[in-house]
Each structure stands twice: as C-alpha cells, then as structure tokens.
Write a protein that binds this ligand. Structure first.
Ligand code: FE2
Ligand code: FE2
Length: 261
C-alpha cells in the first residue's frame, strides 16, 4: 500500500492525484479545473474498490464535465455504486440530477435535505438514500455525523481501508488564483490557518459543534483529512488542524462581532 508523498510543487493540479493505493483500492483526488477562477474552488474525490466506485461531493453543474472526464480515467460511470453528498449546498449537490442520469448509483444525503431535492429538478426519489442524524454505513464506509459544521444536517465519510476522512467543508480554505496547493503539514500549517479562519468563524455554528467533531475525528486512525475546499491535511498537519479547531471561537460564540457590534 502507498500514500501520495509528492511535494506541493510536484502535484498534478489539473488531472488530480491518487492519495492512497493498494492492490484493489484507490482513494483519488480528482484535481482542479482551469475554469474555476471567480468560483469557490472545490475538491472532488473518487474511491475505487475492486470494480466499483464511490463519489464524494462530486459538485455542482459548472464542473460536471471536468469531473466526469477525470472519473472515467479510472472507472466506467455505470460502475459507480454510491454517490455521497455531505450537505445541501449548491457547490456540493446541484449536480445531483446529472449524476442520477449518467449513473445507476444510489445517492446518499442527510434525511434533512431529501425533501428539498425536488428543487434541484429531481422528481424520482427512489435512488435517494436518506441518512439518519446518527450516520451509518455506505457499503464499507462509515458515515459520521458532523452537524452544524456548517450545515444543520451534515455528514462526513471515513474510509477504513485508506484511513482517509472525507471532511466536507470542515477544514475548508479559500485560495487566491495564484497560490493553490494540495497538502498541508507542519511546514505550512501556520500560514494555512489564515486561509481557513474567515470561513470557519463565520460559517461554523459554535465551538460546541467543533469540539464534538474533533472528539469523533480523534477516535479514528487517520492518515489524511480531505476537505471539500482547500488543501488536504497529512502527517503532523492532522493533529495541528484538530487542535486548532478544538480551540476555535466561531458562529454563535461571536455573534455580536459577526453582526458588527
Ligand atoms: Fe457548505
Ligand atoms: Fe462547500
């Protein structure tokens, strides 16, 4: 088995990288498109296990062609059995109707958001699997609750074979067009917090929600934490990130400050 040990300057930004690989299992980051200037940049991930695939937050309408093109380098669309959506935001899930039309996958999303899906143009909900608040399983993968981080109905996914936690918006960073990189470890963690702080203080609900998440994450055997925006935490960067989040004041903790008082 092996993990991607490339430095940030070696990463293939456009085509993506295999983050973890063993005999029959791959956890893949699908790369960033050239056309994302002005948009919130998003990370999409594909897990390939044997002949079957799982997509994690495959994203909105705008990036659909790029994601399809990178996915099909690894697997036929008809072999995708699960598609996971961590929450209801458009950057996560506005592509649901298109993914339903090009795959025969089961789609997993929080029970809280199932009844909102017809607003994305989905009339047939028969392939939608609502996820309970307590989480559950999606095949071999663990679905873990991460409510209020930031959405009130939010889940993340742990792959126990790759030991990678797909983290939805938790750990998101906002890059400038000129300065993007894939990995965070102890060498660049401190400067990376400046790119995370604004999002986490304003979008996450409270320090109570952060502490609940950190406690759940610390119970896992983790080699990487992979967010939906920004960079992937590895090595010492994992503990540094969890400790940073555990001490963060955000959302309702600082509501007066947010409201400009
Ligand atoms: Fe979000
Ligand atoms: Fe997001």
């Amino acid at each position: 088995m092996s993990y991607c040990e490339k430095s940030n300057s070696e990463v293939d930004i456009e085509n993506g990288e295999i983050l973890y690989e063993d005999g029959d299992h791959k956890f893949i980051w699908l790369g960033w498109g050239k056309l994302e200037g002005g948009l919130i940049q998003t990370n999409q991930y594909l897990i390939v296990n044997g002949s079957k695939g799982t997509l994690l937050d495959p994203g909105g309408i705008h990036i659909f062609p790029k994601v399809v093109s990178n996915v099909t380098k690894y697997i036929d669309l008809e072999d995708i059995e699960y598609i996971f959506f961590s929450h209801q935001d458009p950057d996560v899930s506005s592509g649901i109707p298109m993914w339903l039309s090009v795959t025969s996958a089961q789609v997993y999303v929080s029970d809280l958001w199932v009844r909102f899906l017809p607003h994305f143009g989905i009339s047939d909900l028969s392939r939608i699997q609502g996820i309970a608040d307590r989480g559950g399983k999606m095949g071999n993968y663990d679905i873990i609750p991460a409510h209020f981080m930031h959405s009130p109905g939010e889940h993340i996914v742990y792959d126990p074979q790759a030991k990678i936690l797909f983290n939805s918006d938790i750990g998101a960073a906002v890059f400038s067009d000129e300065n993007k990189y894939l990995f965070v470890d102890e060498d660049n963690f401190d400067e990376h917090t400046a790119l995370m702080e604004g999002f986490h203080k304003r979008y996450l609900a409270s320090s109570n929600a952060c502490k609940y998440y950190v406690n759940r994450a610390k119970q896992l055997d983790l080699k990487m934490i992979a967010p939906q925006h920004g960079a992937i935490f590895r090595d010492r960067g994992i503990d540094m990130f969890l400790n940073w989040l555990n001490g963060l004041q955000c959302g309702s903790d600082i509501i007066s400050q947010i409201a400009g008082e």
